[in-house]
Ligand binder design. Structure first.
Ligand SMILES: C[S@@+](CC[C@H](N)C(=O)[O-])C[C@H]1O[C@@H](n2cnc3c(N)ncnc32)[C@H](O)[C@@H]1O
Length: 269
């Protein structure tokens, strides 16, 4: 299957990427493959939902899947064990039901963190997707590792913008301070798209209508989401600055049996 003929419904592998996110990722893939053959790397594959369309794309030469597959994954929402027990072989077996042998030849899997990219030479990939550990720190670290191997006009996407926005902001700051030409957009479905190189703005503009979300809305959504996390996971440091919101949040935490003072204590009472 060539890019341009694909829809979210074509992606049959199970996972958490919803149709909006898939639509943005497919559009990015179309734009990258329109330039010719490309190499893809992703951090965080789980069952391979984000890999399927690249493996099936005639323009994709190589797809590197990096997934640590830990029992417990740190996350801004609190540790997650929902990915537990799925191996790279399980993922490959699932993909083999949908992809041809020729598709699967492109796939390389590594059970490790993105730090392994530091051992690689520069200029290896045209497109990267960061969807591993959903913490600000890990998203930022994954970005720095990807930056060492992405080609000068490459594209780097992040999943779950509102969870790792601080990591994404740090990434953009690195590009600015290093003077790397780039442009970015907050895509629908939680996908942030960062394009590099002289054509970066043209790439972002080409994403098209209905694919992106204004920055102000992302900021508001992020604040709301962090507020929810603060309340649910008892992370007082995430509670908003607004005194009214903060007092309400702290009262809710206390009612839930959490000790929120001193601020560093977040163990249940
Ligand atoms: C949200 S899932 C990935 C979803 C996948 N992209 C999809 O389309 O369904 C996150 C994955 O990141 C992996 N992971 C957790 N911590 C990681 C780390 N430090 N480095 C790389 N992968 C990690 C987990 O094992 C899990 O499979």
């Amino acid at each position: 299957m060539r890019a341009g003929t694909r829809t979210p419904e074509d992606i049959k592998v199970k996972g958490q990427l919803g149709p909006r996110a898939l639509r943005v990722l497919i559009r990015v893939q179309e734009l990258v493959s329109a330039r010719g053959s490309y190499d893809y790397v992703e951090i965080g594959s789980f069952l391979g939902r984000s890999l399927q369309s690249h493996l099936q794309d005639a323009d994709c030469r190589r797809a590197l899947s990096i997934d640590l597959r830990p029992d417990t994954t740190p996350d801004e929402r609190g540790a997650m064990d929902i990915y537990q027990g799925i191996t790279a072989d399980d993922m490959i077996a699932g993909l083999a039901e949908l992809c041809s042998a020729d598709d699967l030849i492109k796939l390389e899997t590594v059970t490790d963190t993105s730090d392994i990219l530091r051992d690689m030479e520069a200029d290896q990939f045209d497109l990267a997707f960061i969807d591993g550990e959903h913490t600000h720190t890990a998203a930022f670290r994954d970005f720095l590792n990807v930056l060492g191997v992405i080609r000068p006009n490459g594209v780097i996407c992040f999943d779950d913008t509102t969870l790792v926005l601080t990591g994404i902001r740090n990434a953009l700051t690195v590009l600015e301070t290093r003077g790397v030409p780039h442009a970015f957009a907050f895509g629908r479905g939680g996908i942030t798209v960062v394009a590099l190189g002289k054509e970066a703005q043209a790439f972002i503009d080409a994403l098209g209508e209905g694919m992106t979300i204004p920055e102000g809305r992302i900021e508001r959504r992020t604040r709301r989401r962090m507020q929810e996390v603060a309340l649910r996971e008892a992370k007082p440091h995430l509670i908003a600055e607004d005194p009214k919101v903060r007092d309400k949040a702290i009262a809710a935490l206390r009612a839930d049996g959490w000790v929120v003072e001193p601020a560093s204590t977040n163990e249940p009472a």
